[in-house]
Design a protein around this ligand. Sequence first.
Ligand code: C2O
Ligand code: CU
Length: 522
Amino acid sequence: MSRPLTRRQLLGAGGVAALGLGVSIGVPPLMNRLLPGGEPGKLLRSALPLPARYAAELPVPAVLKPVRSDAGADYYEITARRATARLLPGHDTEVWGYQGTFPGPTLESRSGRRTVVTHRSELPRPTAVHLHGGHTPHDSDGHPLDLVGSAAHHDMPGMGDMPGTAGAEGATVLPQRDYTYPMAQRAATLWYHDHTMGFTGPQVYRGLAGFHLVRDEEEAALGLPQGPHELPLMIADRSFAADGSFAYPGLPGGAPGVQDAYMNGVLGDVMLVNGAPWPLARVERTWYRLRLLNASNARRLRLALDPQPGGGGALVQIGSDGGLLERPLRHDAVDLAPAERCDVLVDFSRYPAGTRVRLRNRLGDGPTGEVMAFEVGSAAGDNGFRLPERLSSVERLDPAKAVNTRTFVFQKGKQHWTVNGQEYRPGRSIAAPRLGRIEVWRFVTDFHHPVHLHLDPFQVLGRAGGGPGANDAGWKDTVDVLPAQGVEVAVRFNDYAGRFLLHCHNLEHEDMAMMAEFTTTE
Ligand code: C2O
Ligand code: CU
């Protein structure tokens, strides 16, 4: 029951039919719309001249302080609001940001210590806040209909028009919500972002995203590079209108979703890192920890340093979505689909002083083929870090112990995107896994879909009948499912009984109904 799918099972309509789902996958029309680099989406060109590369300094989002702490928890307050930011030289950009900044402030939690975040919103539209990668009970998980907003939002024009979302009328809008995160989870790079029904794409695009780091003793004992040597890097593509505002091809009248032409995904032509276009970071000749996050709506990244240092293997991966790997993995390049994280160490002492090392995106071309640069300083600046051979122990979920195998087909429907042939409808649960039991979940598609599960992470068992890919190691919460490939994962939901989401993290697909609910039961 836990054997990986064979290639024949995974390829084409015959394979899907063989799974007994009674659905067929129409491959050809969709495949034609892939861009040359195989990118899922359509490029929206900026209407202003693109800013110079490597002129802006890399910003690092400020760490938010708790408003108070007691024996049991740390308490934070965040207000989402409109603000003016100087992202591009000579232009103002209106952002929708947590605390008015893009990215939002970084939160830091200790593993096992409860974190309570009170969110308020002064935005023109209501918002739902999801902690991506958090092991969070349902009522704090940022369900797309559990909204925060002003009293003026109670009617929410357009909400009922959400395609395939009968039941969106069930939304509740509160002036503030307390999101309680037990943080019973290991150290990892999490991020929080908007998750509003039908509007996640435009609202994240306008800036509603920030880092939330979880730290623990095990990680601290490794003595990883920290302080100025630890850089969270939120990579996101955006396009700009002539006046410097974010350009997003939304529908007229504030209806949810995107224009038809952009249904596969919106790709921007400006690469932002922590909100700055193609920034430059000055680094010392020592080890750095880069927490890479792809916060793009639809763009996939293949990140590599250029030049490669002699001997290659410049990106030393120590962690994935769900925290530390067992051992470091050396890569020349890492792939990151939307929402994926990769925690890498780079030893800049492998480069001569004065080298400009670019972080390239091998899936982009021209401006989108570049991301940022590091200028290697002359100071030795050795922070004393030595790479250990072993990082952590990772429990293996044994697929032979799986009590159930489920298949989820991600494909285009008549008008929108579907999971197992159905558009998202809040309250309709399509799977009921038991807590504490291992299951094998298969994700099958004819297109690119970064598939994300809420609540608990999983382990990739294989792709397209083979083993896991080079970027599938460790605990994952988002996996890049490629056209005509299937991915098989082992998952065990441990923590909380309730209703949770699985969905595609291409935000245009998500808004256009490629989402479903599952219910965990005791
Ligand atoms: Cu990062 Cu349900 O999302
Ligand atoms: Cu998708």
